[in-house]
Design a protein around this ligand. Sequence first.
Ligand code: AHR
Length: 506
Amino acid sequence: MKSQITAIKDYTIGSIDKRIYGSFLEHLGRAIYEGIYEPEHPKADENGFRKDVMELITDLNMPAVRYPGGNYISSFNWEDSVGPIESRPTRLDLAWKTRETNEFGLNEFITWCKKTNIEPMYAINLGTKGIDSARNVLEYCNHPSGSYWSDLRIKHGYKDPHNIKMWCLGNEMDGEWQVGQKTAYEYGRLVNEVAKSMRKFDSSLELIVAGSSSDMMSTYPDWEREILENSYESIDYIALHKYWTNYEKKTSSYLSSNIPLQDYITTVEGTINYVKAKKRSKKNIKISFDEWNPWYHTREIATQNYLDNNLSDWPKAPPLYEDMYNLLDALLVGTVINTFINNSHILKIACMAQLVNVIPAISTVKNGISWRQSIYYPLYFASIYGRGVSLKLKVDVAEYSSDIADNIPYLDASAVLNEEENTVSFFLVNRSENESIDLNFNLYNLEIKNILDQKLITHSDIYVSNTKDNPSAIIPQDNKSISLIDKKIIGSIPKLSYIFLRVKLL
Ligand code: AHR
């Protein structure tokens, strides 16, 4: 199959906010305990943080991590997670039916972020809590000294303020599973007042309102309209969430999932613009896609065997949702990241959900190894090489229809121009189950000096995963199928595969 990718240097979509390559850590399953924190592990540092896991995360140059939930935050008291560890209460977490010792809490998270060079994104409880709790945690974290909460932080051993800029105001408040679920009006009003109070403390905070839990919710997209109508001038971002499944093993359909994803983003962008116009506002609200990933390998089993049962024992950090991702999941992730890059004018934050052990990019064994899942790699290439300005691509290639979309190009692509380094990186996914695709590039004002790098992710077994016994089943390989001939890039991409290509400009 033939294809042609056309790009023009000045024809750009937007400048990429590096935080679109963020992730998420929740007090869920073994994400924290036995994930990033395991004091008894041979590779634990003086804080009990697993150094092997920190290395895999710093390799990603991870820009931001959302914490501590998710559904977890909606019945969480942040005060339980600070102070001397031996005095912290053990609580029963209603979201995941887990016993939470609070051994790892807010200040440990900030220390961990500093060590991994990550910007924290802190989520607050608007399920069982409200304005008072929000202003207290903000004062605890960000006020230098001389007030009750800031002095308490200092007493806890943290002299300098944490200066957390990004705050998620509640989580999935439209969901019937959420502790303290609200109507759009109730939540929109609450968020507005919480945000106004937080801004009295610091007007430069970046505040995120929770949009629909997904585009499949019956209240979507009216939820977005109503919460924005009630909070537009007080917040900065609206959150989108989306998880994908491939239960039926329908490859062509699964790999077309980023077509409806584009509709989801376009619809929310339209809703933002509608409310902006209605309010005669000058403010531009942006999108924070702060939960996204494939999620299906272990979901039903965990829910049936665990969450739906009345447990007499509330275990600490049980293994939950420990999906082992395959090649198709990595390809899907490649297309989702392409969509984020291709919407960089409006989409400024995104968090792969999640980072460690729970629907993870990285898995760990208690007292044992840690390894990268297949989905780690497309995030890695984009995070390391996808910083700069996104180029608007015209991709000419054959198309197909699936049960969820029409006009699906077999080749999915994005490109990022890095003017400082004078490079362009291309991220390509071939969705075809049968054919490789010939690649031809028509680039204007982008004269290529040489090819710097090309990597390929593919496998003869599309369902193979990286596991503890075989942690390198799917890893990127050096690729040789693309060359520079007479100043033109030409080559091919095999069926069902991902290619990262980086070129130097003259
Ligand atoms: O990431 C797992 C869960 O998915 C989060 O806690 C919740 O926000 C979403 O439903």
